[in-house]
Write a protein that binds this ligand. Structure first.
Ligand code: HEC
Ligand code: HEC
Length: 269
């Protein structure tokens, strides 16, 4: 508790993000973060962390109370119990790098996205994790990978988190200037999970230039209901993340995301 209060305090007096102004009287823009990340009051900061734990999908994999859930052969840890084993620095390290203090190799934990979280969002997320009362069953052992998964690992099609982090480090959606930075940032820590680090699409997902065809109203329906243009039903994966996660974005965040994706779609491809 004391540690994260200290971190909050340090954010208030100094710089949270590496490129944020050292001088609080300067007119430099605040660091890029989800709405509400700059809350100074501890409760508001933790509430922000709780909201982005939904938007970022922590609750999608670790269970709605973050008490752990089987995730394919893996077991998404019971965070309410396991974070007690971590200092705040170690927690930030595992979230950004995918390696716990024990050095154990993690699989399936998407730190390749979370390495790009801004300092205020990371601090709020950790503050939220610290407020969770320990509950639920202890983290279960992962199951052995079945042969088809082992084959994919051998072919390099599935990699441990630490490797996916390294590979995605320098990749990101195209920069389109400071006006669009918030939208770019949001896409990088959410959409990139399935649409690829540069939003160019993956095995089951299209390049997000498709969003260029959406009106703002249609984009709202996509983000809240998970339906495509003309009310088309989409694959359950997209529908699920919209209803469960993106519907929790603020209107300002969805505006920023829409503006960025529109501008990106207008770039020469
Ligand atoms: C796509 C599913 C998925 C998402 C999204 C996800 N995690 Fe995980 N996470 C996992 C899995 C699976 C593991 C366990 C990996 C293993 O044991 O190899 C894990 C492990 C962890 C660990 C290490 C815990 C330990 O027991 O040492 C932490 C901490 C963690 N996740 C926090 C988070 C937070 C915070 C978020 C949201 C910002 C998040 N995770 C989002 C799947 C996910
Ligand atoms: C968990 C995986 C996942 C995440 C995260 C995700 N998507 Fe998708 N998305 C999909 C899949 C799968 C499809 C293909 C749906 C289909 O063809 O029915 C899709 C399709 C789309 C489409 C095209 C729909 C159409 O018109 O056919 C858009 C636009 C889109 N996603 C936007 C986004 C945005 C914006 C984000 C981030 C805020 C995002 N997606 C995050 C899985 C995901």
């Amino acid at each position: 508790m004391r540690q994260w209060m200290l971190a909050t305090l340090m954010c208030a007096v100094a710089a949270c993000a590496p490129d944020s102004p050292q001088d609080s009287t300067s007119s430099e823009p605040p660091p890029i973060a989800f709405d509400g990340a700059l809350a100074q009051q501890a409760a508001a900061k933790a509430a922000h962390g709780k909201r982005i734990a939904d938007v970022l999908g922590c609750t999608g994999c670790h269970g709605k109370d973050l008490q752990g859930e089987r995730f394919h052969e893996l077991y998404a840890s019971n965070l309410t119990r396991d974070v007690a084993n971590y200092t705040d620095q170690q927690l930030e390290h595992v979230l950004r790098v995918g390696v716990p203090p024990t050095g154990r190799e993690l699989w399936g934990m998407p730190s390749e996205l979370f390495q790009h979280l801004s300092a205020p969002d990371m601090a709020a997320l950790i503050a939220h994790l610290r407020t969770l009362p320990a509950g639920g069953k202890p983290t279960q052992q992962p199951l052995p990978f079945p042969p088809e998964v082992q084959q994919m690992i051998a072919k390099g099609e599935i990699k441990p988190t630490a490797a996916t982090v390294r590979e995605a480090k320098a990749l990101g959606p195209v920069h389109l200037g400071s006006t669009y930075e918030l939208g770019r940032y949001i896409s990088r820590v959410t959409c990139a999970e399935c649409h690829g680090p540069e939003l160019k699409g993956g095995r089951e997902t299209p390049d997000l230039v498709v969003a260029g065809a959406y009106s703002r109203d249609e984009f709202e329906q996509l983000m809240v209901e998970g339906t495509g243009t003309g009310g088309r039903k989409l694959k359950p994966m997209m529908e699920g993340v919209s209803k469960g996660r993106f519907s929790k974005m603020t209107a300002g965040e969805r505006n920023a995301l829409y503006a960025y994706l529109k501008a990106r779609a207008q770039q020469p491809q």
